[in-house]
Design a protein around this ligand. Sequence first.
Ligand code: TYD
Length: 248
Amino acid sequence: MDLSPNADYLEHFKPLQHGTKAFRLARGFFITFEGGEGAGKSTQIERLAQKMRAKKYDVILTREPGGSPGAEAVRHVLLSGAAEPFGPKMEALLFAAARSDHVEQVIRPAIDRGSIVLCDRFLDSSRVYQGVTGGLDPLFMDTLEQVAINGMMPDMTLIFDIDPAEGLRRATARRGTEAGPDRFEKETLAIHQARREAFLAIAAAEPGRCIVVDASADHDTVEHVVTAAVFAALEARAPARNRQTAPA
Ligand code: TYD
């Protein structure tokens, strides 16, 4: 469990090296990765970013909660459980505050300059964790979402689907036994099951944006599925992309 406000993750925000030749799209492409605990999102995001960079795409990798210095500061409050006693509404507001900062400081500028943004969790996590299993009013959640994203809807969302028992087993193995589960991992299997169903319901309701990935398969198989889906979407989106040189 990484609660540090300035995690190594910030390293990934580095834009392309000066003078590197890169594909930049007329408008960037915003891809989010969602799902329950231990679904392997982080591994797949790293692999996809490497593949894209090898193909000279200008890509940034980021995550929530966090992704900008302001949001990383709020991350610690949320994942340590410090905000939990104040209730799900307080937590939802903090996730939204962090998201707003992340969108305006990192995501929107990257999309505006034509980069591809890969984001580990985004608005669907709030819909599921705070909205559905936090039991918050849908109208409140919807309003909060609109304020937080301010129009920055993902172009594509990959929903990593895994049996929660297996996901939690993987999450524990990844973390090691010394560090305990974080604020959200520690909840009951029934809650994780409800989250799985909520993510699948979002995918069913928004098929134009969401793709469900079977995350129970081995890493290489999942990578294959993710790569095929993302590159197909990119090509469909920008078949005649321009090759440009990143500004020095
Ligand atoms: P984290 O350790 O970053 O990662 P992972 O994606 O590997 O689980 O944990 C983030 C936790 O925060 C996770 O349990 C989901 C939760 N979360 C929410 O409850 N709402 C949100 O809006 C976001 C972005 C995350």
